[in-house]
Design a protein around this ligand. Structure first.
Ligand SMILES: [Zn+2]
Length: 207
């Protein structure tokens, strides 16, 4: 099996030279793969976001990415972070995406390119909050998607980011998407309405 070191030497480092891979936290072997335009800007904003996270959150996330269980998921080098216009499993409206227990992260380049810098940082923080949920042992298989999103927003809020800026941006640019309200419980609907009221809209992008 190919080792982590071999992947870094054969794929990542030549990519950094070509300019389609960007170091995010190279000391920890964290790189961004970005063939889409705007990759360098996104990498810069990712590094700034990462530096804003509390130290304990960064440590927990790095510990997850370095854990051995990653091999069982089929991810050869964790984290596998890509900035791309499309990926396998992407749904229309997806802006960010975390899968595989926090080892795979995707960002939709066409949407991100249009976002102001601070909104991009909020998006990155939101996806990192999902990774943190896995890292801190939150039972993601038991929670429904509404609760997962709600808790991720609470976490990023606690970190000092704005959980509603993406919604506001979506509203302004007309890329909102309604959630299927019938599937929610009464307490979820209540929280959804409260959040929608704050953000001034229905509910937004799939992040
Ligand atoms: Zn989310």
């Amino acid at each position: 099996m190919i080792s982590k070191r071999q992947i870094l030497d054969q794929f990542v480092k030549p990519g950094v030279k070509r300019g389609d891979h960007h170091p995010l936290a190279p000391r920890h072997a964290v790189y961004l793969r970005a063939y889409a335009s705007g990759g360098a800007r996104f990498a810069h904003l990712f590094r700034e976001t990462w530096d804003r996270l509390p130290l304990n959150a960064r440590r927990a996330i790095l510990k997850l990415w370095k854990s051995n269980d990653v091999r069982s998921t089929g991810v050869l080098l964790s984290p596998d972070i890509e900035y791309a216009s499309d990926w396998s499993g992407k749904e229309p409206g997806d802006v960010g995406y975390v899968r595989c227990g926090g080892h795979i992260i995707r960002f939709a380049s066409r949407r991100v390119e249009k976002m102001p810098d601070d909104v991009v940082q909020d998006l990155i923080a939101h996806e990192l909050a999902h990774v943190y949920q896995w890292a801190s042992g939150e039972d993601m298989h038991v929670l429904d998607s509404f609760d997962i999103e709600y808790f991720a927003d609470e976490i990023m809020d606690y970190w000092g980011f704005d959980p509603e800026s993406i919604d506001r941006w979506g509203l302004e640019t007309g890329v909102t998407k309604l959630v299927d309200v019938d599937k929610l419980t009464e307490s979820q609907k209540k929280r959804l309405r409260a959040r929608a009221k704050r953000a001034g809209r229905g509910l937004g992008l799939y992040i």
